[in-house]
Design a protein around this ligand. Structure first.
Ligand code: KIV
Length: 294
């Protein structure tokens, strides 16, 4: 089952950001310039779409970063993708810090954004500030993300006032799964508009729109000056984010959310390679002379 939906430094050189490759190719050119929060925001004004993916460890972060992807999210989706849990709720602050440290060590170009786990920012703006501080100081990441709009406006403001770059997340908020009773598309337009505007007014530098109708995402994208990053929110957002393991066909499973495009079936490719390896070992064919030392 795809994990994204369980229904489911001083970086001051000029922008040379990656644009779409010629001939309609979807490939992202390797980035020459490290992404910063101001460049991320400026991409919207420049009409350049932003490509974001999740990363939870050093190996994948380095590989993804080498492609020129704009941003990497150390998402609390790691609770499902890495830890095998059914929700993101058990992920702790120290776990997300542990994973973000690995990611930051590998990244040279992408903006690294780290999710604030469930109940690590809800108690008070003061608690949020303390925990966001731990995340940024211990990991070297560039920004935090938290789920909320109107209900977290005070907290977003407190972080922004302290110069902590904060990305908001509205629409389907996986951390609200207990209250919602499941993972459902969010369709209340007035509420979504209010959440998006509240996040921007409070000082968020960007906003994730998860599982909302594309027309509402288009309206939010038009009305906000900060970039909207969609996941299951249609093509009109300023950028897109997916769980890497979903788009690489690693998570598999029976439920396929419509928005997840599998660009490759790595599950099949990896399983095939492992089966070949095991067969060769059992047949005494590996290691052969070419892979042995004399
Ligand atoms: O945790 C996560 O990976 C996320 C994205 C799917 C937006 O919040």
């Amino acid at each position: 089952m795809p994990k994204s939906l369980p229904v489911r430094n001083s970086r001051d050189t000029p922008e040379t950001g990656a644009a779409g490759a010629p001939g309609g190719q979807a490939a992202i050119a390797p980035r020459q310039t490290p992404m910063t929060v101001p460049r991320f925001v400026a991409a919207k004004q420049a009409g350049r779409k932003l490509a974001m993916l999740t990363a939870y460890d050093h190996l994948w972060a380095g590989l993804l970063d080498s492609t020129g992807v704009d941003a990497l999210l150390v998402g609390d989706s790691m609770g499902m993708v890495v830890q095998g849990r059914t929700t993101t709720l058990p992920v702790t602050l120290s776990q997300i810090i542990y994973h973000a440290e690995m990611v930051v060590r590998a990244v040279k170009h992408a903006l690294v954004v780290v999710d604030m786990p469930f109940l690590s920012f809800h108690v008070s703006p003061r608690q949020a500030l303390a925990n966001a501080g731990k995340i940024l100081k211990r990991t070297g990441a560039s920004a935090v993300k938290l789920e909320g709009g109107v209900n977290q406006a005070e907290t977003i403001r407190a972080l922004a006032v302290a110069d902590v770059p904060v990305m908001a997340h509205v629409g389907l908020k996986p951390q609200s799964v207990l209250k919602l009773g499941g993972y459902r598309i969010q369709r209340d337009e007035e509420r979504l508009m209010a959440d998006a505007h509240a996040a921007e007014q409070a000082g968020a530098f960007g906003i994730v729109l998860e599982c909302i109708p594309q027309e509402i995402a288009a309206r939010i994208t038009r009305e906000l000056t900060i970039p909207t990053i969609g996941i299951g929110a249609g093509p009109h957002c300023d950028g897109q984010v997916l769980v890497t393991q979903d788009m690489l066909g690693l998570t598999g499973g029976d439920i396929h959310p419509k928005f997840v495009k599998e660009y490759v079936n790595l599950r099949e490719i990896v399983a095939g390679a492992v089966r070949n390896y095991a067969a060769e070992v059992r047949a005494g064919e590996y290691p052969d002379a070419a892979h042995s030392t004399t």
